[in-house]
Write a protein that binds this ligand. Sequence first.
Ligand code: PMV
Length: 319
Amino acid sequence: MLKRMKSQAHTNIALIKYWGKANPEFNLPTTSSLSMTLDSFYTTTEVSLSEQSQDILILNGEKADATRVTSFLEQMRNEIVDFPKLLISSDNQVATAAGLASSASGFAALSHALVGLLELNLPLEEISRFARMGSGSASRSLFGNFAIWHAGNGSSESSYAESFLNEDVGLSMIVVEVSTEKKSVPSSLGMQLAQSSPDYGKWVEHSAVQLDEMKSALVARDLEKVGVIAEGNALAMHALNRTCKQPFDYFVKTTTEVLNSLKSYRQKGILAFATLDAGPNIKVLTDKNSEKKVLSLLSQDYPQLQMSLAHAGQGARYV
Ligand code: PMV
């Protein structure tokens, strides 16, 4: 075992979403998902041996609540090998400011660094299974460009992520920060509630069809089609939240307004589609030719909102 190890992993945004668990203990999903890793937002995490009797988390230079990280490390002590208590020092690059969750990049960087610290020579697919147990979406952040996380057959071994089309196809993402308020419903709870929707089974079935369509659209570099499928998949995910037994909604007024604006840009022939995660913020999908135009239209229409531009980014690595 080494003394210390440092890794960096970027966040990712799903074009085909993960929204439901078949097994919450191991974060086994009900559907396979597909994402783009982003260049602009990442987490750098160093792991080293702790001199204390517990795991310690330092987040952006300050001591933080280590409950989630500790329970993840306990799971890793069972899954991989028993190892001593660790000091985890993690820095997020602008992820929170842009309204993006840092759990994907965070657990990907932590899993990657841990495997390095333990001197295990494991392929990224194997590391993705560990990252998955920390946060489902983290499994996809090990890979650059596009990644697919397989739902698998119900066993933990069969649910891992892998690279899909490790190329920049020219897709751009504009993150529109609609609200900086903390999520009203955390993603794990949101999924659990959504699974009681009478439409949930249909969503799972349709998601498999959309995944195949998305793969073909990316291979063909048909970014219009990528946008249509991604927006359809995200809106269907949010519709589950409104039709479940204890309905809830991540959308706020501005979310709907921005979605309508994107529709009006499309009517003028401009490429602009949306995807949304467990919150009101919008990630606008466009391409490198149209991104300036879309950014300037959005800034004109919503001068009060903060926006940032991202492209395809790289996978996890030692730094
Ligand atoms: O990985 P989690 O538990 O934070 O869940 C992520 C859920 C979504 O972001 C809404 C969708 C996805 O596939 O990333």
